[in-house]
Write a protein that binds this ligand. Structure first.
Ligand SMILES: [Zn+2]
Length: 369
């Protein structure tokens, strides 16, 4: 037992929990805050993608990917999140993108399970297709995305094989992703029926899906599908896609942020409030179970120690109703990565300043696109 865990055990102020896990993140979104607004107000989910997120990811280069991941990893560490399952896309900077993310996270001291989300939405002539025919051929972009996953996994790094979503992928690409995942003994990390526009996902994925797949959202999933579910309540509310009703599905449920930060204690409080709106009989133990399932998917987190400035952080009932519970100290992989609420392995002020500079360049590029 370290000095801090010993003192936390007897402190009237402090208590400890294992490390928190963000089961679905987009580290590339950390620099999106303050980005130039869309040309018109998004009216539906496909608008949100084409007017905001697909503009942003197309503007990323390896430098902005690195600083975005570094800022995202820093904010995760400061919130006690020591492990991140990330889903990345940067269609104009695919090769080397996962290495940039992996480097940024390891410098901060958090672990990342990375994948590149392969997609056929960028045709070989560079034009954008919001929907892709299942019978179309695999694009060069999708092939490059799968190659990036293959390179990352072949280098012995933690990762999965990524697919954006069935509605932007051909059957050929889905099949190739499933085969690549099998070859590496990992699952596929894929957005599934996030909005009604992707309601065909279940039918298209069911012959490939396996227990080690990570199915993200599943709000409009119309059938049983093998895999673990990553539930992202804040993002679902923000995009107005509906409630995923995770307690009605037989799958193991994990909690993710879908790119809106990595404060998983905060995400769990929101998840609980949204669950109660759906089922008044639900207790905080349900959401604590989702956090625990995420730890099982990223077992290293269980040995990490987060010290909170609150004496009963371990109690689901206290956790659900104690807003603003602050992290004092984080030990990850045996190293102290956060102490007195700030990062020890990287300088917080310098990282924020450099990330702000990278964001300025990225937003400038978006203005000019
Ligand atoms: Zn997502």
């Amino acid at each position: 037992m370290t000095a801090t865990t010993a003192s936390a055990a007897s402190s009237p102020v402090l208590s400890t929990t294992p490390g928190l896990v963000n089961a679905h993140h987009h580290l590339y979104s950390a620099l999106a805050r303050g980005m130039p607004g869309p040309s018109r107000s998004p009216r539906n989910f496909p608008d949100m993608l084409s007017l905001v997120w697909w503009r942003l990811d197309a503007a990323l280069d390896l430098e902005t990917i690195y600083w975005s991941a570094k800022l995202g990893a820093l904010e995760a560490a400061l919130a006690g999140t020591t492990c991140i399952i990330d889903h990345h896309e940067s269609p104009r900077a695919i090769e080397g993108s996962l290495e940039a993310i992996d480097k940024a996270c390891s410098e901060v001291g958090v672990r990342v399970n990375a994948c590149y989300g392969a997609t056929d939405r960028w045709a070989d002539d560079g034009s954008l297709h919001e929907k892709v025919s299942p019978i179309s051929r695999m694009t060069k972009g999708a092939m490059a995305g799968l190659d990036e996953c293959d390179r990352h996994l072949s280098a012995g790094k933690r990762g999965m094989v990524g697919l954006h979503a069935a509605f932007t992928c051909s059957d050929e690409t889905i099949e190739a992703a499933a085969a690549l995942a099998k070859k590496h003994g990992v699952g596929v990390h894929v957005h599934v029926a996030e909005a009604i526009d992707d309601v065909a996902a279940g039918a298209r994925l069911e012959k490939h899906a396996a227990d080690d797949w990570l199915l993200v959202h599943t709000v409009h999933l119309d059938r049983p599908l093998r895999g673990r579910i990553a539930h992202n309540p804040r993002s679902n509310m923000n995009n107005g896609v509906g409630y995923a009703k995770p307690t009605t599905k037989p799958n193991k449920v994990l909690l993710g942020s879908d790119g809106i930060g990595s404060d998983m204690a905060e995400e769990s409080r929101l998840a609980y409030a949204r669950l109660r709106e759906f089922d008044l009989a639900a207790t905080p133990d349900v959401v604590a179970g989702w956090m625990q399932n995420a730890r099982e998917a990223f077992p290293e987190s269980r040995d990490d120690v987060v010290t909170w400035r609150y004496p009963e952080a371990n109690s689901p009932w206290h956790g659900a109703f104690t807003t603003g519970m602050r992290v004092e100290r984080v030990v990850a992989g045996g190293r102290v990565i956060v102490d007195h609420g700030t990062s020890l392995l990287v300088d917080e002020a310098e990282t924020r300043a450099k990330a702000r500079e990278a964001a300025r360049k990225l937003h400038q590029r978006l203005e000019n696109m």
